[in-house]
Write a new protein. Structure first.
Length: 159
């Protein structure tokens, strides 16, 4: 098994490793990206919609799982969409990135209740790498809401 990729842009923010890919009102243009990885021991890590986690628990290297918990616990990340990319040959990192971006932006309003471009929230996502795509049939994209520390879910808040 190979690592999964958590996309992290090269921007200054108050969060540790997980930071927004797009800035609100920036025309949804991607910033320069750095990649941190999440590796799998036996399976690729996954999470369910509505689960939360803390960016500080992801570290800055490889981890073997996504340590999720109920959103009433203090957190700065919330899973708001989990979906699979289409089967086929690995399309390349840029194509996976573009598809994940489209998927996560489209899923934002139905979950949060406001358009992404008008929101105070940021998004990030975890995507398959070529290694997990080919060795584990990993097609899963995990969309994350990035916010200041909270003890509530962001679902339906229209923030």
């Amino acid at each position: 098994m190979g690592p999964r990729r958590l996309r992290v842009p090269d921007v200054e923010t108050p969060w540790s490793i997980v930071t927004p890919i797009f800035r609100r009102g920036a025309g949804l243009a991607a910033t320069a990206l750095l990649a941190a990885t999440v590796s799998a021991c036996a399976n690729v890590p996954t999470a369910a919609v509505g689960e939360c986690l803390n960016s500080s628990e992801l570290g800055d290297g490889e981890v073997s799982s996504l340590p999720t918990f109920p959103c009433e616990n203090s957190h700065d990340l919330e899973v708001y969409e989990v979906a699979n990319l289409p089967d086929g040959e690995f399309p390349g990192d840029d194509a996976v990135q573009d598809a994940a971006e489209d998927l996560c932006i489209a899923a934002f309003e139905p979950y949060v209740g406001s358009q992404y471009a008008e929101s105070e929230l940021f998004i990030n996502f975890i995507t398959p790498t070529q290694a997990t795509w080919e060795s584990s049939d990993d097609r899963e994209v995990i969309c994350l809401l990035v916010s200041e520390e909270s003890t509530d879910s962001l679902k339906g808040t229209a923030k």
